[in-house]
Write a protein that binds this ligand. Sequence first.
Ligand code: IFM
Length: 451
Amino acid sequence: MSTYLFPPNFLWGAATSAYQIEGSPLADGAGPSIWHTFAHLPGKIANGDHGDIACDHYRRFLDDIALMRDLGIRAYRFSISWSRVLPQGTGKPNSAGLDFYNRLVDALVANNIDPSATLYHWDLPQALEDRGGWANPESIHWFTEYAQLMYGQLDDRIKMWATFNEPWVAFNEGYVEGRHAPGRRDWKEAAMVSKNLLLAHAAGVAAYRAVGKHRVGLVVNLVPIYPATESAADRAAANRFDAYLNRQFLDPVLLGEIPSELPEMFADAWTTWSADELRTVHQPVDFIGINYYLRLVMCDDAAAGPARARIVNPPNRPRTATDWEIYPPGLRETLQWVSERYGNPPVYITENGAAFDDVLPPNGSVNDTPRVEYLKSHLIAAHEAIASGVDLRGYFVWSLLDNFEWQSGYAKRFGIVYVDFPSQRRVVKDSARFYADVIRTAGAALGSNRD
Ligand code: IFM
């Protein structure tokens, strides 16, 4: 028997994003983002929810930082609202917006919590959307200007930057499925967006190399895809979807290659890449952030979208409130896959967690045993990955707070801290106490393995 001990400098964190928690999206000179616009369109978000108040973190951030300090959380991954600091997306910065992030970072540092900033977590300034958004190649320059502004403001205190959070979701949900802002369904535009997001990431990294003193990386959502049967057709379908979801953004960045399946899948909508563009995108990053939640099992289906792959939910498997299959071995396998395919880069689990239907009792704690079990099993899988040689440097739980879960609004609770939205009261859940124990014991609270 040996205890699940993590390396001494393993980074234990919690994650959030701007539009999901801040509220006050137009306060103090901020401009609207595409999510502000989208959430206010009728019928787009469950229950008519929007981010106008969210967790009111814009005004309560000091309390939220105190909460993290009390739980022993060592790192906080947040995102910056581009239109708060540059209301028009480019041009004149909004000093009140910059001041907010400066005060946030100062307070984190004062509480011994490492700030980790993500530049883009899906909330493009509406002013830039009005100029063509990510489909416009100018977006690469807009993003560079914004990145340079923020590096100049915060790099003296921020040691870990991410250019983009889950570019695949921005591309797929925003431009293929239309469930996220800006809500379009245009395959040709989506192909342009995919490419421009990659080029903007690269420009953001290059800008960092010129002025930054610490580390910059990319955060991707990865979902291991398993074939529904061993048939050649199902295996090919699973492989196509793997190229579409997992390799579309990682292969260009880490290998300088476009997955060969993509041009065929995009067909007429495909946008060609020059050798120069590929070289630009293929430049070293300091880490890869991996967001892991679920696996997918897929079968071949000629009618099911460009990847011709359809989800088959295996029966009798545990699922979360977002109907995602709970599959902890997939985390270990995903980490090992990244390590093997891309030469064992430094990686962080930048998001992992689950929504469950938590109930707030009249007094006392929120009993969220399913989330405790979810976190425990995934942390054990992370430990197994480290034991097998993966260069895993840290773990950020998603999320610190219940928050605005995009098209599901406030109905899906991912927090380790419950937010009673009408009163904005925070109530620590059992999962937060469990996570605090794991941090305090460097993993020993997870128990022992059977070796
Ligand atoms: O809430 C999201 C987050 O914004 C990005 N990753 C997945 C989370 C849960 O859906």
